[in-house]
Design a protein around this ligand. Sequence first.
Ligand code: PMT
Length: 404
Amino acid sequence: MNPLQDKRIVLGVSGSVAAYKAAELASKLTQAKAQVDVVLSEGAERFISPLTFASLTGRKAYSSLWDSDAHVVHVGLGEAADLLVIAPCSANTLAKLATGQADNLLTLTVLAARCPVLVAPAMDGGMFEHPATQANIQTLRQRGVQVLGPAQGRMASGLLGWGRMLEPAEILGQLRLVLSRGGPLAGRHVLVSAGGTQEPLDPVRYLTNRSSGKQGFALAQAALDLGAQVSLVAGATAASLPTPYGAERIDVDTAAQMAEAILQRAGSADVLIMAAAVADFRPRQVQPHKIKKNLLPQVELEPTPDILLAVAEQRRRIGWPAVVVGFAAESQNLLENAQDKLARKGLSMIVANQVGVPDAGFAVDTNRVSLLWPGGAVEHLPLLSKSEVAEEVLRRVVALLAEG
Ligand code: PMT
């Protein structure tokens, strides 16, 4: 399901101080199991050595056009590539691409490529804003080249402006998105909730839980990897997690806010996956001022809205979302409690999640779950990473959608 697995990626590197970031990108792509062929321009070689890339990718890195058999290499590289990205792409290389020049191995390879081409410009702000550069970018866009960034910030000249190359993680996210196009969830809207809510007691204190959001964010990434349009409603405890690239993110604090965000979108979603640990109860009254410690409070609680019950009601009326997946986090009687929630909340499937053990549940990177369906079928999955659990869940979602 990893869209980068075994894909042939040509990573072009041109002359810019941002060439050092290309090394990180090459490393990340290789770790994501892509086969990365790096092609450096002469300018790039002044900033970074081909040896750096060869060491990171385990494959030859190409540079001079006149090296050994390089004169035919460009055709092989260009034609075999699933995707070609130039990061950093200098003003000079942009201009060459716009006019179809082929005076080095990199520009030759671009002309030979039949795959999606992406460029991540990196240059001084004034150079980026120059009408010549802007016209070149326009020309490339019209030809279907995807232009990533640049970002705003401080540049090598010390000036502030638009011209910084996007960070490698962001470029990687874009490449993942391009390679996921046309996947089995293309055209589908998947709504995911993640993380725990916080229910205020006074302006400085709240009730919350141990959910980190990792499992929900992994589900959002797995849905993106299958080509879905993804909305991710993130609870307060997941605030520091980076947004999976391409997902619409809605940050909320409380159960009431999460209910509003989910119910607003559920009617137009094909799939809802509720991995969030929503508080089941909250203080009946939120004190307007910090409670003094000498006034030990008697906190009265009230139930929060049950989001899945409200979705089930809406689904009965409008028939949407087509598939609703719940999670059940339990420290005892896992399967019985999950079975009860599956039936009561009218779910298509429930993921029963053992919590209170060191290698599964809250905050850790691994998880152990069982999948339960209406009708009584149960499937026990082994200990997996949260990404693998997400992939398994999404595989079942694709099958449920296909059943109609
Ligand atoms: O975030 P991590 O650290 O990665 O941990 C992942 C996880 C353990 C939080 C996750 O895998 C998980 O099990 N999520 C569900 C947690 C939970 O609240 O379970 P529950 O059994 O209390 O709720 C059952 C279902 O009803 C859940 O889908 C929940 O989102 C939903 N619910 C709960 C309360 C409420 N008011 N409205 C709801 O819709």
